[in-house]
Design a protein around this ligand. Structure first.
Ligand SMILES: Nc1ncnc2c1ncn2[C@@H]1O[C@H](COP(=O)(O)OP(=O)(O)OP(=O)(O)O)[C@@H](O)[C@H]1O
Length: 669
């Protein structure tokens, strides 16, 4: 089977028959989930069943960091973990809780046999992934995102065949995977079907964790508890839906999601749709019929044609008469964009305010805008605010990050294609971002990374104001506002022949430069805005004078994004939301900025310095590459976690990986 690994040329059918033979040899007849996972183990990860790879275990420091990172998740999940362990530890099951990449963050092992579990890799800090360990309970559950059992010989590696695992994923209320809950038994002699009861129990406790996560996340927001009258006694069927002040669904538990998602028209997304489309009542009606949540509502739900009972919870919204609320809604309509407005972003900084005033003069003049500034200074936030302030605000805002997607895909992403235009294309064809943005704004982020041949094509499209998707028989007229952004110095890119000069002038009808955070004079306001927008409100947070001083004097290489991450971290580390020096990340205190500064400084910053000391910049580059590789390894190539640690966006990580020729392990073969 190593041939598959090295040559990777065998037909999939060969793998399927190899897998089937193996199943026969092992005397098992697994379901599709297991067969799919075996095929992935061979074809995608190049593993061989007889070549056991041991489970990786994090060092205690690495584990400590992961635990710190997932502090609130662990706190919320603890009751569920304890509840499950209490019931099944005595039957010799180990219970493990993992994060979304398979790191065991918490575990309850049966006491007498703890040594055996540890030897088998069922322990704190173990990292079970399908990529490294082939078919296994935790790893496969995280890939399949569904509850499953991997029983004994169904494990890919012979070395794991003593285990039988029942696992259920845990999702955030927005549908994002958080991790999984796993129950494993060693040397279980029964059939797989005997594990179904265990699986039911694991699913029940994972739902309980999800429901607690839901309540915690939306504790200060409006949410609804919905039950079908016919299922009143079944707690697992209790549905929770959180809605915004406008009645837009912003989160739900799994029971609600599973129940409604299949009933909605195919083009309607559950998260984001209005509650009236789901239960037939809008928020105003829910408020008035429940008397502000004082009583339950019973009604026949039109989507499922069944009687449901709804309880309204509203902590933030005061009970007001519907007419008053409607009026206040109208008043707040102008400021109810989910994104900050231009004036909010300009804050109290005179330079930014002046720049913004100039931009305001050209909004609606059909002039392309180029936004420049270091990473994390708010370029995308400004682009959205410009769109929101324009006459196009009711049209789409479509963003394309030219650095985050492979060169080969940018073309189809941007221009789209019609059905049957090339092998492997989606049968129905695909609209490109330019067409999708029609009537609105296209935001071309990291434009400095756009391949030069595409610059030529895009230049023509922008000049002719029409796009010709691949395979189309006629062009589509375009009516779009173009906003592009970059942290690079485009004049240097032009000089180095990576960027077309005529394209630069086409994009730069007007430019908006955003200063780095260290130069902004309104850090206090920015801190307050960040706390107000998603950290529970500035009014509830206090700072020690030393912490405040450090926040103002720090260099902030990752700018506002880094500041937001630091504040989030500090609140998590603080007692009663009082941020003292101890609550701040260590690198702020030690002033150890070289790595981060090296990592974050854009090439624009280095290049702008025409008398640059090449020795120093080489040194920075080398440090940066090393730091990046170290972090990628540490987080098992999870780009989101790496971007979180380094305080830069994901696209920057991809760009830097390309810069240093760093390839993910799965790209090497
Ligand atoms: N004035 C501001 N006040 C509060 N938060 C802000 C402000 N400007 C930007 N932010 C927040 O800072 C973060 C970074 O902003 P954004 O993603 O727009 O930066 P960017 O310059 O586009 O970054 P990159 O170039 O690295 O993609 C976002 O979470 C954004 O909401």
């Amino acid at each position: 089977m190593q041939d598959f690994y090295h040559q990777n040329q065998q037909a999939k059918s060969d793998v399927v028959s190899y897998v089937t033979d193996n199943f026969k040899k092992r005397n098992i007849s697994p379901d599709n989930v297991v067969s799919r996972s075996w095929e992935r183990s061979i074809l995608n990860y190049g593993l061989a069943p007889e070549k056991n790879i041991y489970v990786e275990v994090l060092t205690s420091q690495e584990l400590k960091n992961q635990i710190e990172r997932h502090r609130s998740y662990l706190k919320i999940a603890r009751n569920g973990l304890n509840g499950l362990a209490k019931r099944i530890n005595p039957a010799n099951y180990a219970v493990l809780l993992t994060d979304e990449i398979g790191v065991t963050l918490d575990a309850r092992l049966p006491e007498e046999t703890a040594e055996d579990w540890i030897k088998s890799g069922l322990r704190m800090g173990s990292v079970w992934t399908e990529r490294n360990n082939g078919t296994n309970g935790i790893g496969t559950c995280l890939v399949e995102k569904q509850p499953l059992i991997i029983h004994r010989n169904e494990h890919f590696f012979d070395g794991n065949s003593e285990m039988s695992c029942a696992v259920s994923p845990i999702f955030e209320p927005t549908g994002k995977l958080m991790g999984c809950l796993n129950a494993s038994c060693l040397g279980f002699n029964g059939d797989k079907q005997h594990q179904y009861l265990t699986l039911q129990m694991v699913m029940m406790f994972s739902r309980m964790i999800e429901n607690t996560l839901f309540k915690q996340t939306y504790r200060n927001q409006i949410h609804l508890n919905i039950r079908k009258t016919s299922f009143l006694s079944d707690l697992a069927c209790e549905q929770f839906i959180a809605v915004s002040e406008d009645g837009e669904i912003i989160g739900s538990n799994r029971a609600a999601y599973n129940n409604y998602v299949g009933l909605l028209p195919p083009d309607v997304k559950f998260i984001g749709c209005n509650i009236s489309g789901v239960i037939g009542l809008n928020l105003e009606q829910i408020f008035s019929r429940s008397n502000g949540g004082a009583s339950e509502i019973k009604l026949n739900c039109p989507l499922q044609n069944e009687e449901i009972e709804i309880t309204l919870y509203s902590f933030s919204r005061k009970m007001t008469a519907p007419s008053t609320r409607a009026a206040s809604k109208l008043n707040s309509d102008n400021q109810r964009h989910k994104h900050p407005s231009l004036d909010q972003l300009a804050g109290n900084d005179l330079t930014v305010q002046n720049n913004v005033n100039q931009i305001k003069n050209v909004i609606n003049q059909d002039i392309p805008i180029l936004i420049t500034g270091e990473t994390g200074t708010g370029k995308e936030a400004f682009a959205r605010a410009i769109h929101d302030a324009s006459e196009r605000s009711s049209g789409p805002f479509i963003a394309l990050n030219c650095a985050a997607i492979p060169e080969s895909l940018i073309e189809s992403e941007l221009f789209g294609y019609r059905s049957g235009s090339f092998t492997g294309a989606n049968r129905k064809g695909m609209k490109g971002k330019l067409e999708l943005a029609n009537g609105g704004t296209i935001f071309l982020d990291e434009i400095g990374d756009m391949p030069i041949q595409l610059q030529t094509r895009l230049l023509r499209v922008l000049a002719e104001r029409e796009v010709f998707p691949l395979g189309a028989t006629s062009p589509t007229a375009l009516d779009i506002q173009v906003i592009s952004a970059t942290h690079q110095n485009l004049l240097d890119r032009i000089r180095d022949k990576f960027f077309r000069e005529d394209f630069y002038y086409r994009l730069n009808g007007m430019s908006l430069h955003l200063p780095p955070l260290r130069e902004r004079t309104d850090k206090d306001l920015i801190i307050r805005d960040i706390l107000d927008s998603d950290l529970g409100g500035a009014f509830s947070v206090s700072f020690s004078p030393q912490a405040e001083q450090l926040l103002y004097s720090y260099h902030w290489p990752g700018n506002i994004r880094q500041l937001a991450n630091v504040l989030r971290y500090a609140i998590a580390m603080s007692k009663d939301r009082h941020i003292a020096l101890e609550s701040l990340p260590v690198e702020l205190k030690t002033g150890k900025q070289l790595d981060r500064a090296g990592f974050n400084s854009s090439s624009a910053t280095v290049n702008q310095n025409s008398n640059k000391d090449t020795t120093l910049s080489n040194f920075l580059d080398e440090e940066e590459g090393k730091k990046l590789l170290e972090s990628l390894r540490k987080y098992k190539w999870n780009i989101t976690l790496v971007s979180g640690e380094l305080g830069v966006c994901r696209s920057t990580i991809y760009r830097k990986m390309r810069k240093y020729g760093i390839k993910q392990p799965n790209e090497v073969f």
